[in-house]
Design a protein. Structure first.
Length: 229
């Protein structure tokens, strides 16, 4: 068995030792229980408000189960599935919120929601390549080192799409944010630095937009050039 494979297996083995099936079962059961309680509270609402409430309950469940996977069942397959489930659930929330809109604003909202889901799904599937990119090839020699470096370069190439992923996620989170009434915000990302331009009704909304952008994974800095109109 070559050193490269041993390195990858060692990473998987360490995760396996950290697994706690009992704690994972308890955490996921709590996520389901919390979802049932939250969804019942939605019954007092009606129309699209109820739809949004139900989707938010589903999203909270997906996030809770993803946290359980990360803490107690940290395997590639389980993590990837959990992240995709989160992406689908968040899409459900965003899509439900878009339903209150109309015309081009609604079309743009739905498109951003779909793009965010696709970006998150792609990111989930690329996480293993990121792990390969962090492998220390200097500990290898000969063909094994060359193979390791090839894997590293391929993984690094996959990370080059991160800026577009960040931009899409920031846009989607801005759409979902209830404290933001205006969508007249342009988002651009270069090497993890997000620039916000456009117009907002108040300074508080400009500050909130910056906070939302900073909360997105992969964002290293936010440049705020939003104008209050």
């Amino acid at each position: 068995m070559n050193k490269l494979l041993l390195l990858l297996l060692a990473t998987a083995t360490s995760a396996a030792f950290a697994a706690d099936p009992a704690a994972y079962k308890t955490a996921t059961a709590k996520a389901d229980s919390d979802y049932q309680a939250a969804s019942k509270q939605c019954d007092s609402q009606s129309g699209n408000a109820k739809d949004i409430c139900v989707q938010q309950a589903k999203s909270a469940r997906a996030h809770a189960k993803a946290d359980a996977v990360a803490q107690y069942k940290d395997t590639k397959k389980a993590t990837e599935k959990a992240q995709i489930d989160v992406a689908d659930a968040d899409y459900g929330v965003a899509k439900a919120k878009c339903a209150d809109m109309s015309g081009s604003a609604k079309d743009s909202c739905v498109t951003d929601a779909k793009n965010a889901r696709n970006a998150a799904t792609t990111q989930a599937k690329s996480d293993y390549r990121t792990a390969e990119a962090n492998t220390d090839c200097s500990t290898l020699a000969g063909s094994e080192k060359a193979s390791c470096m090839t894997h590293t370069k391929s993984a690094a190439a996959g990370e080059m799409v991160a800026d577009s992923v960040i931009t899409t996620k920031v846009k989607a989170d801005l759409v979902k944010e209830p404290k933001l009434k205006s969508l007249d915000v342009h988002v651009d990302t270069v090497n993890g630095v997000v620039t916000l331009t456009g117009f907002v009704p108040s300074q508080s909304e400009a500050d909130r937009a910056v906070q939302v952008a900073r909360g997105v994974k992969g964002v290293s800095q936010v440049q705020n050039t939003l104008q209050v109109k």
